[in-house]
Design a protein around this ligand. Structure first.
Ligand SMILES: Nc1ncnc2c1ncn2[C@@H]1O[C@H](COP(=O)(O)OP(=O)(O)O)[C@@H](O)[C@H]1O
Ligand SMILES: [Mg+2]
Length: 275
């Protein structure tokens, strides 16, 4: 062993034998996806599988196309070429009215959090239920309470977003993104802009929700400590392709030069070269 490993091992410990035995069924699949904006080629043959029940971390530098990748999963963007599948359904050319059904499978925690500042915490979390279901007020109240408890924010229904810390706002956003009981949760930079302790609490929450809700999670980040504390696997996005995909342990031991450089920058592997 020539590398010192400085990150925690929880993600590895969560790989129980049962979990490893589960059939490897892709929930989302990208096949050779290309996407340009004007002259700028962002995705250039991106191929990826997100397996049911895993936490896949998409790691990559700023502006590499991580958010663009999430938007393709939701059908908010269509590729110029290549295919996107969700539960084996090809969603690449689906019309908007069919995409609605696909999007219901996903909960998305946006980078900005994007709470409605003029609404209470309760109304923020209730919003998707009012938009997309015909639940009664009692049912809505129950669902909102349940989700706020899951993100460890009980009894905050009456607060306004302005009363909340950055970490609490993220958690309200998260309660809202799971209120329709999605099968997949997409997190776009969930810890960016938060202090280390608050970030760690969000990481723990991601792991906790994964277990309690039996969901599949995709976590986009450039925060490597966060990646290692939540992820089962890493997909390293560089120059428009997923250049390296594998388990967290394999990532630590990988000799892929750019991935190593990325990990070294945050001391996940030792800066000293291996003998
Ligand atoms: N709708 C758009 N129009 C033009 N350019 C875009 C659009 N969406 C993304 N881009 C460009 O694509 C690149 C990747 O964006 P993004 O996925 O947001 O990066 P990140 O990896 O930081 O999330 C950026 O250079 C961005 O400017
Ligand atoms: Mg982004």
């Amino acid at each position: 062993m020539t590398e010192s490993i400085t990150t925690d091992r929880r993600a590895t410990e969560r790989q129980t034998p049962e979990r490893r035995r589960q059939p490897r069924e892709p929930f989302v699949e990208f096949q050779d996806v290309f996407k340009k904006y004007g002259p700028k080629a962002v995705l250039r043959g991106a191929t990826l599988k997100v397996y049911r029940g895993e936490v896949l971390v998409i790691l990559g530098g700023s502006g590499t196309g991580k958010s663009v990748t999430l938007r393709h999963m939701l059908g908010l963007e269509a590729p110029d070429s290549g295919r996107v599948f969700v539960e084996e359904e090809d969603i690449t050319d689906l019309p908007e009215e069919d995409l609605y059904r696909v999007r219901k499978k996903f909960g998305m925690l946006f980078q900005s959090g994007a709470l409605f500042d003029s609404m209470t915490v309760f109304e923020n979390v209730a919003f998707p239920l009012r938009e997309h279901t015909d639940m009664s007020e009692d049912e809505i109240a129950r669902a909102v309470r349940e989700k706020l408890e899951l993100v460890h924010l009980p009894n905050t229904e009456h607060l306004m977003p302005v009363d909340l810390s950055g970490g609490m706002r993220k958690r309200v956003g998260l309660a809202r993104s799971i209120v329709l009981d999605p099968q997949v949760i997409l997190y776009d930079e969930p810890t960016t802009g938060l202090d280390p302790i608050t970030s760690q609490k969000i990481n723990e929450l991601i792991v906790d929700l994964q277990t309690k809700l039996s969901v599949t999670s995709v976590v986009v980040t450039h925060d490597i400590q966060s990646a290692f504390s939540v992820g089962d696997r890493i997909a390293f996005l560089n120059q428009g392709v997923f250049e390296w995909v594998g388990t967290m342990d394999a990532a630590r031991d990988s000799d892929h030069p750019k991935l190593r450089e990325f990990l070294k920058a945050s001391a996940v592997v030792a800066a000293q070269p291996s003998k």
